[in-house]
Design a protein around this ligand. Structure first.
Ligand code: 5GP
Length: 209
């Protein structure tokens, strides 16, 4: 009997929307979902572990990987580069697991073009005011950095209209449950209702209201 192939799920969101937490929780809740560990040239933060949170590589090594065609997608974000390994993703999908790619928006657009099996989920902040408050609360970024991330976020929110699903993260548990429903629903082949429930246009209206 041939094993079912997994589905790649892209989860993108403006910085500070809480997508890392949401993705980690979805992976914890569902044993058939794995997290895609990206490569990055940025420095490791103190709480992060190499090969668990990211593969931390030098710019030179990143260049080699790009040259070898190792990445399904890659992008520069905030002066650092990030990429998704094609082989690691395919191996996990072949094992029958679904995979969450927690990536930024340029990378999501590349996945959209290159993989017709991918489903794209956009997480929206409840409002730009709440997003700013969250970025401040993280205390990892300078004032200048926060302002830059907010300006980027304003532009990024509109990309939600090109995604399959949009979920507003105004309550973490709810958002985790919604993304889990999307993953399970796509796996079970009942996407029509999901596309209605998580229509990007409706979610965007809620956020900008
Ligand atoms: P951070 O440096 O805060 O961990 O991540 C910065 C941004 O890069 C986030 O939006 C994150 O989702 C994104 N990112 C992480 N891995 C990848 C990747 O493999 N490809 C792309 N395109 N973006 C990524």
């Amino acid at each position: 009997m041939s094993r079912r192939r997994g589905i790649p799920f892209v989860v993108a969101a403006p910085s500070g929307t809480g997508k890392t937490t949401v993705c980690r929780r979805v992976v914890e809740r569902d044993p058939r979902v794995e997290f895609s560990v990206s490569h990055t040239t940025r420095a490791r933060r103190s709480a992060e572990r190499d090969e668990v949170d990211y593969f931390f590589v030098s710019p030179g090594r990143f260049d080699e990987l790009v040259e070898e065609g190792a990445f399904l997608e890659w992008a520069e974000y905030n002066r650092h580069r990030y990429g998704t390994s094609r082989d690691a993703l395919d191996a996990e999908l072949a094992r029958g697991n679904d995979v969450l790619l927690e990536i930024e928006i340029q990378g999501a657009a590349q996945v959209r073009e290159r993989r017709s099996d991918a489903r794209l989920v956009f997480l929206l902040p409840p409002s730009l005011e709440r997003l700013e408050a969250r970025l401040r609360g993280r205390e990892t970024d300078s004032q200048e950095e926060i302002q830059r991330r907010l300006a980027v976020a304003r532009g990024e929110i509109h990309a939600a209209s090109r995604f399959d699903f949009a979920v507003v993260n105004d309550d973490l548990d709810r958002c985790v449950a919604d993304v889990t429903d999307i993953v399970r629903g796509c796996r079970g082949g009942c996407e029509v209702q999901l596309r209605e429930r998580f229509a990007p246009g409706t979610a965007l209206e809620r956020v900008s209201a």
